[in-house]
Design a protein around this ligand. Structure first.
Ligand code: GFB
Length: 313
Protein backbone atom coordinates (compact mmCIF):
# COMPACT_ATOMS: atom_id res chain seq x y z
CA UNK A 1 0.00 0.00 0.00
CA UNK A 2 1.36 3.40 -0.99
CA UNK A 3 1.99 5.71 1.97
CA UNK A 4 -0.53 8.28 0.66
CA UNK A 5 -3.21 5.65 -0.05
CA UNK A 6 -6.71 6.23 1.28
CA UNK A 7 -7.39 3.34 3.63
CA UNK A 8 -10.83 2.67 5.08
CA UNK A 9 -10.89 0.71 8.33
CA UNK A 10 -14.50 -0.42 8.83
CA UNK A 11 -15.12 -1.03 12.54
CA UNK A 12 -12.24 1.14 13.81
CA UNK A 13 -13.65 1.41 17.34
CA UNK A 14 -13.79 -2.33 17.90
CA UNK A 15 -10.95 -4.48 19.23
CA UNK A 16 -9.82 -5.60 15.75
CA UNK A 17 -10.40 -2.35 13.88
CA UNK A 18 -8.65 -0.27 16.54
CA UNK A 19 -5.66 -2.64 16.47
CA UNK A 20 -5.47 -2.34 12.67
CA UNK A 21 -5.69 1.47 12.91
CA UNK A 22 -2.84 1.52 15.48
CA UNK A 23 -0.75 -0.68 13.19
CA UNK A 24 -1.37 1.57 10.16
CA UNK A 25 -0.41 4.67 12.15
CA UNK A 26 2.74 2.92 13.37
CA UNK A 27 3.64 2.10 9.76
CA UNK A 28 3.31 5.79 8.80
CA UNK A 29 -0.09 5.80 7.08
CA UNK A 30 -2.00 9.02 7.64
CA UNK A 31 -4.87 8.86 5.18
CA UNK A 32 -7.02 6.55 7.27
CA UNK A 33 -10.77 6.87 6.78
CA UNK A 34 -13.07 5.98 9.65
CA UNK A 35 -16.73 6.42 10.53
CA UNK A 36 -18.48 5.61 13.80
CA UNK A 37 -21.69 3.60 13.59
CA UNK A 38 -23.74 6.71 14.35
CA UNK A 39 -22.05 8.54 11.45
CA UNK A 40 -22.48 5.64 9.03
CA UNK A 41 -24.84 2.71 9.55
CA UNK A 42 -23.11 -0.05 7.60
CA UNK A 43 -26.40 -1.95 7.34
CA UNK A 44 -27.78 0.87 5.18
CA UNK A 45 -27.02 0.09 1.55
CA UNK A 46 -27.53 3.63 0.22
CA UNK A 47 -25.48 5.21 3.01
CA UNK A 48 -22.57 2.83 2.39
CA UNK A 49 -22.75 3.40 -1.37
CA UNK A 50 -22.66 7.19 -0.82
CA UNK A 51 -19.74 6.93 1.56
CA UNK A 52 -17.67 4.93 -0.96
CA UNK A 53 -18.64 7.22 -3.85
CA UNK A 54 -17.62 10.33 -1.89
CA UNK A 55 -14.53 9.07 -0.06
CA UNK A 56 -13.11 6.75 -2.75
CA UNK A 57 -10.94 4.55 -0.54
CA UNK A 58 -8.05 2.71 -2.25
CA UNK A 59 -7.86 -0.08 0.34
CA UNK A 60 -10.40 -1.51 2.79
CA UNK A 61 -9.97 -3.50 6.00
CA UNK A 62 -13.42 -5.00 6.68
CA UNK A 63 -13.29 -5.40 10.46
CA UNK A 64 -16.84 -4.21 11.19
CA UNK A 65 -19.19 -6.90 12.46
CA UNK A 66 -21.70 -7.75 15.11
CA UNK A 67 -19.66 -9.98 17.41
CA UNK A 68 -19.86 -11.57 20.82
CA UNK A 69 -19.23 -14.64 22.91
CA UNK A 70 -21.09 -17.91 23.00
CA UNK A 71 -24.22 -16.56 24.78
CA UNK A 72 -24.55 -13.45 22.61
CA UNK A 73 -24.25 -15.58 19.45
CA UNK A 74 -26.88 -17.98 20.70
CA UNK A 75 -29.30 -15.31 21.99
CA UNK A 76 -29.22 -12.72 19.20
CA UNK A 77 -29.27 -15.24 16.37
CA UNK A 78 -31.29 -13.06 13.99
CA UNK A 79 -29.11 -9.97 14.52
CA UNK A 80 -25.87 -11.94 14.11
CA UNK A 81 -27.07 -13.21 10.75
CA UNK A 82 -28.90 -10.13 9.42
CA UNK A 83 -26.49 -7.40 10.57
CA UNK A 84 -23.40 -9.26 9.43
CA UNK A 85 -24.85 -10.16 6.03
CA UNK A 86 -25.80 -6.53 5.41
CA UNK A 87 -22.51 -5.04 6.63
CA UNK A 88 -20.31 -7.30 4.51
CA UNK A 89 -22.57 -7.26 1.42
CA UNK A 90 -22.84 -3.47 1.40
CA UNK A 91 -19.11 -2.89 1.87
CA UNK A 92 -17.94 -5.55 -0.59
CA UNK A 93 -20.36 -4.45 -3.30
CA UNK A 94 -19.53 -0.74 -2.87
CA UNK A 95 -15.81 -1.58 -2.92
CA UNK A 96 -16.35 -3.29 -6.28
CA UNK A 97 -18.45 -0.42 -7.66
CA UNK A 98 -15.92 2.25 -6.73
CA UNK A 99 -12.85 0.32 -7.89
CA UNK A 100 -11.19 -0.37 -4.52
CA UNK A 101 -7.70 -1.78 -5.24
CA UNK A 102 -7.76 -4.36 -2.49
CA UNK A 103 -10.02 -5.40 0.36
CA UNK A 104 -9.36 -7.68 3.33
CA UNK A 105 -12.41 -9.40 4.84
CA UNK A 106 -12.14 -10.78 8.37
CA UNK A 107 -14.04 -13.92 9.32
CA UNK A 108 -13.73 -16.26 12.28
CA UNK A 109 -12.65 -19.78 13.19
CA UNK A 110 -16.30 -20.71 13.82
CA UNK A 111 -16.78 -21.07 10.04
CA UNK A 112 -15.40 -24.62 10.34
CA UNK A 113 -17.60 -27.65 11.00
CA UNK A 114 -18.11 -28.47 14.67
CA UNK A 115 -16.41 -31.83 14.42
CA UNK A 116 -13.77 -31.06 11.79
CA UNK A 117 -10.38 -32.75 12.20
CA UNK A 118 -7.82 -30.71 14.16
CA UNK A 119 -5.88 -28.60 13.46
CA UNK A 120 -8.32 -26.84 11.14
CA UNK A 121 -7.02 -26.62 7.60
CA UNK A 122 -8.52 -24.01 5.26
CA UNK A 123 -9.83 -26.77 2.97
CA UNK A 124 -12.18 -28.10 5.70
CA UNK A 125 -14.62 -25.25 5.02
CA UNK A 126 -18.12 -26.62 4.24
CA UNK A 127 -17.14 -30.22 4.91
CA UNK A 128 -19.66 -30.79 7.74
CA UNK A 129 -22.30 -29.35 10.07
CA UNK A 130 -21.63 -26.13 11.99
CA UNK A 131 -21.76 -25.69 15.77
CA UNK A 132 -25.34 -24.75 16.64
CA UNK A 133 -24.73 -21.86 19.10
CA UNK A 134 -22.92 -19.79 16.48
CA UNK A 135 -24.39 -21.13 13.24
CA UNK A 136 -25.96 -17.76 12.20
CA UNK A 137 -22.68 -15.90 12.70
CA UNK A 138 -20.74 -18.64 10.91
CA UNK A 139 -23.14 -18.62 7.94
CA UNK A 140 -22.71 -14.83 7.65
CA UNK A 141 -18.92 -15.14 7.77
CA UNK A 142 -18.88 -17.97 5.22
CA UNK A 143 -20.99 -15.73 2.99
CA UNK A 144 -18.35 -13.00 3.32
CA UNK A 145 -15.66 -15.41 2.12
CA UNK A 146 -17.86 -16.45 -0.78
CA UNK A 147 -18.60 -12.82 -1.71
CA UNK A 148 -14.87 -12.10 -1.92
CA UNK A 149 -14.33 -15.22 -4.04
CA UNK A 150 -17.27 -14.41 -6.33
CA UNK A 151 -16.31 -10.75 -6.89
CA UNK A 152 -12.77 -11.92 -7.65
CA UNK A 153 -13.98 -14.56 -10.08
CA UNK A 154 -16.65 -12.50 -11.88
CA UNK A 155 -15.16 -9.00 -11.71
CA UNK A 156 -11.45 -9.56 -11.06
CA UNK A 157 -11.50 -7.75 -7.69
CA UNK A 158 -8.48 -8.30 -5.43
CA UNK A 159 -10.58 -9.14 -2.36
CA UNK A 160 -8.92 -11.48 0.15
CA UNK A 161 -10.15 -13.11 3.37
CA UNK A 162 -8.51 -14.02 6.65
CA UNK A 163 -9.94 -16.22 9.42
CA UNK A 164 -8.68 -15.26 12.88
CA UNK A 165 -8.85 -17.59 15.85
CA UNK A 166 -10.33 -16.36 19.19
CA UNK A 167 -8.94 -12.88 19.87
CA UNK A 168 -8.30 -10.71 22.93
CA UNK A 169 -6.72 -7.34 23.68
CA UNK A 170 -7.48 -3.62 24.17
CA UNK A 171 -11.04 -2.39 23.50
CA UNK A 172 -12.54 -5.82 24.06
CA UNK A 173 -16.13 -6.21 25.28
CA UNK A 174 -16.29 -6.78 29.05
CA UNK A 175 -20.05 -7.18 29.35
CA UNK A 176 -20.43 -10.48 31.21
CA UNK A 177 -23.41 -11.73 29.22
CA UNK A 178 -22.16 -10.78 25.77
CA UNK A 179 -18.39 -11.08 25.95
CA UNK A 180 -15.94 -13.81 25.03
CA UNK A 181 -14.35 -15.98 27.69
CA UNK A 182 -11.03 -14.19 28.18
CA UNK A 183 -12.33 -10.68 28.96
CA UNK A 184 -15.13 -12.25 31.04
CA UNK A 185 -12.61 -14.11 33.19
CA UNK A 186 -10.41 -11.02 33.66
CA UNK A 187 -13.38 -9.03 34.90
CA UNK A 188 -14.84 -11.82 37.05
CA UNK A 189 -11.55 -12.63 38.82
CA UNK A 190 -10.71 -8.94 39.26
CA UNK A 191 -14.06 -8.10 40.81
CA UNK A 192 -13.98 -11.22 42.99
CA UNK A 193 -10.52 -10.22 44.26
CA UNK A 194 -11.61 -6.65 45.05
CA UNK A 195 -14.82 -7.85 46.75
CA UNK A 196 -13.26 -10.82 48.58
CA UNK A 197 -15.62 -13.31 46.96
CA UNK A 198 -14.82 -16.95 47.84
CA UNK A 199 -15.80 -18.35 44.41
CA UNK A 200 -16.01 -17.33 40.76
CA UNK A 201 -18.49 -18.88 38.34
CA UNK A 202 -16.97 -20.20 35.12
CA UNK A 203 -19.17 -21.53 32.33
CA UNK A 204 -19.33 -25.06 30.96
CA UNK A 205 -17.16 -28.02 31.90
CA UNK A 206 -13.75 -26.40 31.36
CA UNK A 207 -12.78 -29.12 28.89
CA UNK A 208 -13.21 -27.28 25.54
CA UNK A 209 -9.94 -26.20 23.99
CA UNK A 210 -9.44 -22.74 22.50
CA UNK A 211 -6.60 -20.91 20.78
CA UNK A 212 -6.05 -17.23 21.64
CA UNK A 213 -4.32 -14.54 19.59
CA UNK A 214 -3.58 -10.99 20.74
CA UNK A 215 -5.37 -8.35 18.62
CA UNK A 216 -2.07 -6.55 17.90
CA UNK A 217 -0.68 -9.77 16.42
CA UNK A 218 -3.81 -10.09 14.31
CA UNK A 219 -3.39 -6.51 13.05
CA UNK A 220 0.21 -7.27 12.17
CA UNK A 221 -0.85 -10.38 10.23
CA UNK A 222 -3.60 -8.43 8.41
CA UNK A 223 -1.06 -5.80 7.37
CA UNK A 224 1.27 -8.57 6.17
CA UNK A 225 -1.51 -10.10 4.05
CA UNK A 226 -2.51 -6.72 2.64
CA UNK A 227 1.10 -6.17 1.58
CA UNK A 228 1.93 -9.63 0.27
CA UNK A 229 -1.10 -11.86 -0.36
CA UNK A 230 -3.30 -11.72 -3.46
CA UNK A 231 -4.93 -15.14 -3.84
CA UNK A 232 -8.48 -16.41 -3.69
CA UNK A 233 -7.97 -18.91 -0.86
CA UNK A 234 -8.62 -17.46 2.59
CA UNK A 235 -5.89 -17.71 5.23
CA UNK A 236 -6.13 -18.85 8.88
CA UNK A 237 -4.58 -16.52 11.45
CA UNK A 238 -3.65 -17.95 14.82
CA UNK A 239 -0.83 -19.16 17.00
CA UNK A 240 -1.20 -22.89 16.29
CA UNK A 241 -1.37 -23.55 20.07
CA UNK A 242 -4.38 -24.05 22.30
CA UNK A 243 -5.32 -24.52 25.97
CA UNK A 244 -8.34 -25.91 27.80
CA UNK A 245 -10.78 -23.38 29.28
CA UNK A 246 -9.74 -24.76 32.69
CA UNK A 247 -6.08 -23.96 31.94
CA UNK A 248 -7.07 -20.51 30.69
CA UNK A 249 -9.08 -19.86 33.86
CA UNK A 250 -6.09 -20.85 36.04
CA UNK A 251 -3.82 -18.56 34.02
CA UNK A 252 -6.15 -15.57 34.33
CA UNK A 253 -6.72 -16.28 38.01
CA UNK A 254 -2.96 -16.28 38.62
CA UNK A 255 -2.41 -13.09 36.58
CA UNK A 256 -5.13 -11.23 38.46
CA UNK A 257 -3.95 -12.60 41.81
CA UNK A 258 -7.30 -14.06 42.88
CA UNK A 259 -7.08 -16.73 45.56
CA UNK A 260 -10.57 -18.19 45.74
CA UNK A 261 -12.12 -21.21 44.02
CA UNK A 262 -13.59 -21.84 40.58
CA UNK A 263 -17.20 -23.01 40.35
CA UNK A 264 -18.11 -24.63 37.02
CA UNK A 265 -21.65 -23.92 35.81
CA UNK A 266 -22.43 -26.81 33.49
CA UNK A 267 -25.86 -25.35 32.67
CA UNK A 268 -23.97 -23.02 30.32
CA UNK A 269 -22.91 -24.35 26.91
CA UNK A 270 -19.40 -25.57 26.11
CA UNK A 271 -19.70 -24.83 22.40
CA UNK A 272 -17.27 -26.43 19.98
CA UNK A 273 -15.02 -29.00 21.71
CA UNK A 274 -11.91 -27.70 19.98
CA UNK A 275 -10.98 -25.20 17.28
CA UNK A 276 -7.26 -25.08 16.74
CA UNK A 277 -6.12 -23.41 13.55
CA UNK A 278 -3.65 -24.97 11.15
CA UNK A 279 -1.45 -21.95 10.50
CA UNK A 280 1.02 -23.57 8.12
CA UNK A 281 -0.17 -21.47 5.17
CA UNK A 282 0.42 -18.27 7.14
CA UNK A 283 3.78 -19.46 8.47
CA UNK A 284 4.89 -20.36 4.94
CA UNK A 285 4.31 -16.68 4.04
CA UNK A 286 6.85 -15.67 6.66
CA UNK A 287 4.50 -14.52 9.44
CA UNK A 288 4.34 -15.79 13.03
CA UNK A 289 2.71 -14.34 16.16
CA UNK A 290 4.91 -12.59 18.70
CA UNK A 291 2.81 -12.38 21.90
CA UNK A 292 2.60 -15.54 24.00
CA UNK A 293 -0.61 -16.12 25.96
CA UNK A 294 0.78 -15.51 29.47
CA UNK A 295 2.32 -12.15 28.45
CA UNK A 296 -0.75 -11.21 26.45
CA UNK A 297 -3.05 -11.83 29.42
CA UNK A 298 -0.77 -9.74 31.66
CA UNK A 299 -0.84 -6.85 29.12
CA UNK A 300 -4.59 -7.16 28.76
CA UNK A 301 -5.13 -7.11 32.52
CA UNK A 302 -3.04 -3.93 32.76
CA UNK A 303 -5.11 -2.41 29.96
CA UNK A 304 -8.30 -3.44 31.79
CA UNK A 305 -7.08 -1.78 35.00
CA UNK A 306 -6.21 1.42 33.12
CA UNK A 307 -9.56 1.58 31.30
CA UNK A 308 -11.92 -0.11 33.74
CA UNK A 309 -14.17 2.95 33.88
CA UNK A 310 -14.64 2.80 30.12
CA UNK A 311 -14.94 -0.96 29.86
CA UNK A 312 -17.30 -1.55 32.78
CA UNK A 313 -20.24 0.85 32.93
O1 GFB B 1 -15.25 -17.16 24.20
P1 GFB B 1 -16.52 -17.90 24.11
O2 GFB B 1 -17.73 -17.13 24.54
O3 GFB B 1 -16.78 -18.35 22.64
O4 GFB B 1 -16.47 -19.20 25.02
P2 GFB B 1 -16.54 -19.60 21.66
C1 GFB B 1 -15.41 -20.11 24.96
C2 GFB B 1 -15.57 -21.17 26.03
O5 GFB B 1 -15.36 -20.58 27.32
C3 GFB B 1 -16.93 -21.86 26.09
C4 GFB B 1 -16.38 -20.99 28.21
O6 GFB B 1 -16.75 -23.24 26.34
C5 GFB B 1 -17.59 -21.18 27.29
O7 GFB B 1 -18.59 -21.98 27.92
N1 GFB B 1 -16.55 -19.99 29.28
C6 GFB B 1 -16.25 -20.18 30.59
C7 GFB B 1 -17.03 -18.74 29.15
N2 GFB B 1 -16.58 -19.10 31.29
C8 GFB B 1 -17.06 -18.18 30.43
C9 GFB B 1 -17.55 -16.84 30.60
O8 GFB B 1 -17.61 -16.29 31.70
N3 GFB B 1 -17.92 -16.19 29.46
C10 GFB B 1 -17.85 -16.79 28.22
N4 GFB B 1 -18.20 -16.06 27.15
N5 GFB B 1 -17.42 -18.05 28.05
C11 GFB B 1 -17.42 -17.80 20.01
C12 GFB B 1 -18.44 -17.84 18.92
O9 GFB B 1 -17.37 -19.11 20.43
O10 GFB B 1 -16.12 -17.47 19.57
C13 GFB B 1 -18.30 -16.77 17.95
O11 GFB B 1 -19.72 -17.91 19.52
C14 GFB B 1 -16.86 -16.48 17.55
O12 GFB B 1 -19.06 -17.08 16.82
C15 GFB B 1 -15.96 -16.43 18.72
O13 GFB B 1 -16.41 -17.43 16.61
C16 GFB B 1 -14.49 -16.29 18.34
O14 GFB B 1 -15.10 -19.75 21.33
O15 GFB B 1 -17.21 -20.83 22.16
Amino acid sequence: MEKQARIYVAGHRGMVGSAITRKLHAEGYENILTRTSSELDLRNQAAVANFFAEERPDYVFLAAAKVGGIMANNTYRAEFLYDNLLIESNIIHSAYETGVKKLLFLGSSCIYPKLAPQPLKEEYLLSGYLESTNEPYAIAKITGIKLCEAYRSQYGCNFISAMPTNLYGPNDNYDLQGSHVLPALIRKFHEAKINDQPTVEVWGTGSPRREFLHADDLADACFHLMEHYNDELFVNIGTGEDVTIRELAELVKETVGYEGELRWNTEKPDGTPRKLMDVSRLHSMGWKHSTELRDGIERTYQDFLANEVLYVE
